[in-house]
Design a protein around this ligand. Structure first.
Ligand code: 2M8
Length: 461
């Protein structure tokens, strides 16, 4: 593995007047956030390795240095648990002042399945990794020499073990839908989880420090009440030794997450393509294909005619979560999507609820519908626009032949990202385009690189 030269520090430019400038600035962000073979999501707010961030980062790095892009995934999977789970965070031991740190998780002390040599969290995040691996291989093209393919071959069993963990432990009843145990397993303070969190009787938790609110305005971040619940849920998972069988028995936050599942279906499809190229056994490929089929059908079945979105399912109440967020559009990335459903989802995505909402600075897709009562334009996953989610939906539109819609969305996002001072922000205020959260966020820079490379090869085949 190499690409070590990529680790050189670089300065990020503030204004991008041309696509070339924007590309250069995006590469500089990824260079500056490279901490030696892997990339932190943001310079100060997120100084460790995060799972799905690294997958998106690899998608962007593929256009700069495919070897280094692969190394991003290899570093993450080196911390894989023996049960196959890929932890949502891998801690950098050099960073000691981030809270909550490794002590909250006590992964190695709590579970035999956790790796010994590295501290990790015990949660997961959406499995974007096989999508990233397939993309990196494709973009590498002729640069995928024998050594490169050998590295993919070495990564493949780890990807397979990861998907097997998800199928076995997060969908034990084979519903096709994956269960999440914590808001940190995806989109943190999205209003999709409000009702489930409100039911938790967590009691009074004294004061504690948080890295996020020391760097970003507290009103843009999860509230103390939400964060109390996040920590309380981690306490319970840690006490259960991160053992899925125990967790399933009585964990109070168990939700069938449509976005995580749609990503699993798409990633299984990508894994199947990798398995074919590597000529892996038919039985393995059949197993992978069964996940594609079952999870695709399950997400499609969550479509709600009234909202025009697919909806999560709360296992505690046995009810659909009827909140209008961009996660409800995630069926657009399913490998198998009937055209009638695609048209309904496209209608919602570009209608008044999302990109077509009145008064937006750019016609991009906000995280929560401006017409939803829960919408808050500056608050993290409760309204702002996330380029990384727009990339995911754009990728889905490309894949399903909605090329014109896809290029409209791509252009609108690039216009947002090219604004003076946009600085590859983590998320943006949808009416003003104001950058919010961290600036120089790695996955924002990464998807910008992929958009800039389109249509020269980023669209899925
Ligand atoms: C955010 O999550 C972390 C906790 O994992 C946080 O709020 O501190 C989310 O946006 C998550 O999806 C993302 O992976 C992470 C790093 O960018 O930040």
């Amino acid at each position: 593995m190499d690409g070590r030269g990529f680790g050189a520090r670089g300065l990020c430019t503030a204004i991008a007047s041309t696509e070339g400038d924007l590309r250069e600035a995006a590469v500089a962000v990824l260079r500056a956030n490279d901490v030696g073979g892997w990339t932190r999501p943001a310079p100060r707010l997120y100084p460790h390795q995060w799972s799905w961030d690294s997958a998106f980062i690899a998608i962007g790095l593929a256009h700069v240095d495919p070897q280094r892009a692969l190394a991003e995934l290899e570093h993450l999977f080196a911390a894989q648990w023996s049960d196959g789970r890929v932890p949502h965070m891998v801690f950098d031991p050099r960073v000691e002042d981030y809270v909550p740190g490794p002590g909250l998780w006590a992964s190695a002390a709590s579970s035999d399945a956790a790796p010994r040599g590295v501290a990790t969290s015990g949660l997961i995040q959406p499995p974007m990794h096989a999508i990233a691996a397939e993309h990196v291989w494709k973009i590498a093209g002729a640069r995928a020499d024998r050594e490169f393919v050998a590295r993919i071959r070495a990564l493949y069993p780890r990807l397979l073990a990861w998907h097997r963990y998800l199928a076995r432990e997060r969908d034990p009843d084979r519903s096709g839908l994956l269960t999440i145990y914590h808001p940190w397993e995806g989109t943190d303070n999205t209003p999709r989880w409000d009702a489930a969190l409100a039911r938790l009787a967590v009691g009074e938790r004294g004061s504690y420090s948080r890295t996020d609110t020391s760097l970003v305005g507290a009103s843009e971040r999860p509230s103390k009440a939400e964060y109390d619940r996040y920590l309380w849920l981690v306490d319970r998972l840690r006490l259960a030794g991160y053992d899925d069988t125990k967790i399933r028995r009585d964990h109070p936050f168990q939700i069938k997450d449509v976005q995580c599942t749609a990503i699993f279906a798409a990633a299984s499809h990508a894994l199947g393509a990798i398995a074919s190229k590597l000529d892996m056994p038919v039985a393995e490929r059949d197993e992978i294909n069964s996940w594609v089929a079952t999870s695709s059908v399950a997400v499609r079945d969550r479509f709600d005619e009234e909202l025009g979105l697919v909806l999560d399912h709360d296992l505690a109440t046995h009810e659909a979560i009827r909140v209008r967020t961009s996660a409800g559009l995630s069926a657009l990335i399913l490998p198998e999507l009937p055209s009638a459903l695609r048209e309904r989802l496209v209608g919602t995505a570009f209608g008044e609820d999302f990109a077509g909402a009145t008064g937006l600075a750019h016609p991009v897709i906000p995280s929560t519908s401006p017409r939803a009562p829960e919408f808050r334009p500056r608050a993290y996953w409760r309204g702002p626009t996330w380029p990384v989610i727009n990339w995911l939906l754009w990728w889905g539109l490309e894949r399903h032949g909605s090329g014109e819609r896809a290029s409209t969305l791509r252009r609108a996002n690039l216009a947002l990202l090219s604004r003076s001072g946009a600085r590859f922000a983590e998320y943006f205020e949808p009416y003003t385009g104001e950058p919010l959260g961290s600036i120089d966020q790695s996955w924002t820079a990464a998807v910008t690189l992929d958009w800039l490379a389109a249509p020269r090869g980023s669209a899925p085949s």
